[in-house]
Design a binder for this molecule. Structure first.
Ligand code: PMP
Length: 360
């Protein structure tokens, strides 16, 4: 077996321990004589799997009882629509911060349902920072205020949450959920695709305050109504059974590592290994302002597209894959989610140093 260091932005590397356990249990899950993939979602065994997954996530994130945890499908992209459809109910207005391509897509979708105001944007500077926000500009009557907590493509992260007062804060946490502790009570709703820090694609996690559920218009398709899934414990229809099973094991893996406080320490250590090198390199440069740097997605460039391509090719030949930046920004991007070992980043930096010595 020859596993590579996989720096993909998502789907991305998963903890090896989890993959091994899944492999062990693939043909016969705990004496059931079948794989989790093959079992009824209504079986006792599966009920326990989904119940335990939710319990582990609640423990990890300290999710209070007045929040529902929903295991859905459709990706974070479906949440771009489900959030306004379910939440834009009183003033039919919402504030959004435009911090990148995903935020832009969320904005575009929300505009179908009501009035969207963009209260901050870093688009003019190719999203290399988080725009400063003035609470005086916020709509006090907005139904919610939306941020993308970590911008996967551009590598920025909100380090300070906007103070939205009584207006529920909604966050797309697709690329930084479980990377550090969060105070769930500061949010009305959190959503994230699983395929970065939680498990395989096909599962979307929504954490929503109870009072925000149940206000969707009657014309809302049943499957797009949070209430449908909240009332049915994410079992209204067949949930993404295998993805939930793997995510549950990933939650337990993070708990065993010491939870989100410890996870953040490791993540900061990994990110700093790369940032410290980038800050003094004569060849590679980070593309984001220091204060707003993500600890999950780290974009960087050399002075030319040719050198970028050469580096990516050499890295790949040595087992460091998926370092190509998103097509919109070019250059390189190292996504170093929870499951990327420290050693992977150490070796990447060593590779970059060697490349610099030969090409600077
Ligand atoms: N939001 C963010 C921040 C993302 O990184 C992504 C995917 N990379 C999405 C939304 C879209 O997610 P999905 O593919 O699950 O719809």
């Amino acid at each position: 077996m020859n596993r590579v260091y996989n720096f993909s932005a998502g789907p991305s590397t998963l903890p090896e321990e989890v993959l091994k356990q899944a492999a062990d249990e693939m043909l016969d899950y705990k004496g059931c004589g079948m794989s989790v993939m093959e079992m009824s979602h209504r079986s006792k065994v599966y009920e326990e799997i989904i119940h335990n997954a939710e319990a582990s996530l609640r423990k990890l994130m300290g999710i209070p009882e007045n929040y529902k945890v929903l295991f859905l499908q459709g990706g974070a992209s479906l949440q771009f629509a489900m959030v306004p459809l379910n939440l834009m109910r009183k003033s039919k207005r919402a504030d959004y911060v435009n911090t990148g391509e995903w935020a832009k897509k969320a904005i575009k979708e929300a505009k179908r349902y009501g009035e969207v105001r963009v209260v901050g944007s870093s688009e003019e500077e190719t999203y290399n920072h988080i725009p400063s926000l003035n609470p005086a500009d916020f709509d006090k009557e907005a139904d919610y205020f939306h941020i993308t907590s970590n911008n996967t493509i551009f590598g920025t992260k909100f380090k300070n949450l906007p103070d939205t007062g009584d207006v529920p804060l909604v966050a797309d946490m697709s690329s930084d959920i479980l990377s550090c502790p969060v105070d769930v009570t500061k949010y009305g709703l959190i959503y994230a695709g699983a395929q970065k820090n939680m498990g395989p694609a096909g599962l979307t996690v929504v954490i929503v305050r109870e009072d925000l559920v149940g206000h969707a218009p009657d014309t809302t398709p049943t499957m797009l109504n949070y209430k449908t899934h909240a009332d049915a414990g994410s079992m209204f229809n067949t949930p993404p059974t295998f993805a939930v099973y793997i995510a549950g094991m990933v939650f337990d893996w993070v708990l065993a590592k010491g939870g989100l406080v410890e996870m953040e320490k490791i993540n900061v250590r990994k990110a700093n290994l790369l940032y410290d090198y980038l800050d003094q390199s004569k060849l590679f440069k980070g593309t984001v302002v220091k204060e707003d740097r993500s600890i999950m997605n780290i974009p960087f460039v050399t002075p030319s597209a040719e050198l970028d391509a050469k580096f990516i090719k050499e890295a790949e030949a040595q087992g460091f894959v998926n370092l190509k930046g998103h097509r919109i920004v070019g250059g390189m991007r190292a996504s170093i989610y929870n499951a990327m070992p420290v050693e992977g980043v150490e070796k990447l930096v060593a590779l970059m140093k060697d490349f610099e010595a030969r090409n600077a």
